[in-house]
Design a protein around this ligand. Structure first.
Ligand SMILES: [Fe+2]
Ligand SMILES: [Fe+2]
Length: 391
């Protein structure tokens, strides 16, 4: 029997290991969903190879306040993991938490098959309530290190054993590393977005537009991409990459950028360098690939009459075609030294009939132009809701 249990726990631990290994590979190639991995791991342990799973498991981690653990009770329903409770917060200094922090034993694992009242008193009332049945046995595992927390599995069939504790330890390792990784990834992602926003803002500061041009361009570009049937991931990426379309302008002297009056040939040539400067500044980071594409191609025209490369049609990256349209709409609506702002209706009129600078049918991707006419009211509300300096 014990040989059999040992082999079973070994197989369960190997499965957890395989799951973690797959997740590590996923981290490299797609968006990491820590939640999905945690649920799969919980499911494996609760199923317990069909006959060795606990009735339910409480999983808790430290919240913002180090003295508190926040978690939920999970169990299986029709083979799927379900939350059996809302969030249950535990004060680690409370009497009932002694079993969780193991102040007395200092062991990571406690296995108990006692049903005496005393043990049951150690559980938070809310957790006990969720377990429902009498607690006949339990195994707790304390998570320490970078992430702290506790995992308690209740009511194994028969007795809780060392083998069950081994499996639970495996589960704790998987869940706590997922928690740490996704936490750090979130932080890294936030830092990344913050950095690119600062870069985009620094470049915008050199221009006369003190409004929220770049924020609005992000939004229009996201709306166009979503309505073009592009994936949620792409919509996400273009919604933060669009703001960097003019980063190259940081290398254009303010005397030219802010010049009051028409630019001469030489000055125009300098301004027209900004797509190439932008491409250079954004470098070769894979995370900035779309931003780089946009920077270099947002002044290309559908008919090949744009700059800097004179690309035409599908040769122009889709991201560049999207941001071009968004950028032109916003430029029309905004005040510039050489022009006053247009109303939404006037801007839409130019998208329909053109003017001395814009030839919509030859400059824009016709499919995107059609989407613009469908979405024009959304453009108007984005502009109206993101205007002014105090945003
Ligand atoms: Fe530009
Ligand atoms: Fe712009």
């Amino acid at each position: 029997m014990s040989q059999e249990l040992c082999e079973m726990s070994l197989r369960q631990t190997q499965e957890l290991l395989r799951l973690t290994d797959e997740a590590l590979q996923d981290i490299c190639c797609k968006r990491f969903t820590g939640e999905e991995l945690s649920v799969k791991a919980l499911q494996m342990v609760l199923k317990g190879k069909g006959r060795r799973g606990p009735a339910c498991i409480y999983v808790a981690f430290n919240g913002k306040d180090k003295g508190l653990l926040c978690g939920r009770v999970y169990s299986l329903r029709d083979g799927e993991v379900v939350e059996r409770s809302g969030e249950i917060t535990i004060d680690t200094l409370a009497d009932y938490a002694r079993i969780l922090v193991q102040a007395e034993t200092r062991a990571d694992v406690v296995i108990s098959n006692k049903t005496v009242e005393m043990d049951q008193e150690f559980f938070p009332p809310a957790v006990k309530e969720c377990v429902g049945d009498e607690i006949s046995n339990f195994v707790t595992y304390r998570i320490s290190g970078e992430t702290t927390g506790a995992i308690i599995a209740f009511n194994y069939p028969g007795r809780a054993t060392d083998y069950d504790a081994d499996v639970l330890r495996g589960l704790a390792v998987v869940i706590s590393s997922v928690f740490t990784i996704s936490d750090q990834m979130r932080e890294t992602e936030k830092a990344f977005i913050y950095t690119i926003e600062s870069l985009a803002r620094a470049c915008e500061a050199a221009e006369e537009d003190t409004g929220r041009h770049i924020v609005r361009v992000n939004r229009y570009a996201g709306a166009l991409a979503a309505n073009f049937g592009l994936s949620a991931d792409y919509v996400d990426v273009i919604s933060y990459s669009a703001q960097m379309h003019d980063v190259g302008k940081i290398k254009v002297p303010a005397s030219i950028l802010l010049k009051d009056g028409p630019l001469n040939e030489r000055e125009l040539a300098v301004i027209r360098m900004h797509p190439a400067y932008g491409e250079q500044i954004l470098g070769d980071s894979p995370r900035l690939q779309i931003a780089r594409e946009i920077a270099i191609s947002h002044h290309e025209n559908w008919d090949g009459s744009g700059y800097p490369r004179g690309l035409r049609g599908d040769e122009i990256p889709l991201s560049g075609r999207i941001v071009k349209l968004a950028d032109v709409y916003d430029a029309l609506r905004s005040k510039r030294s050489y022009k006053s702002p247009l109303t939404h209706a006037e801007a839409v009129g130019i998208f329909r009939d053109g003017d001395h600078r814009i030839d919509p049918r030859n400059h824009f991707d016709p499919n995107l132009l059609a989407i613009f006419f469908r979405l024009e009211h959304m453009f108007e509300s984005i502009y109206d809701s993101l205007t002014g300096e105090d945003l």
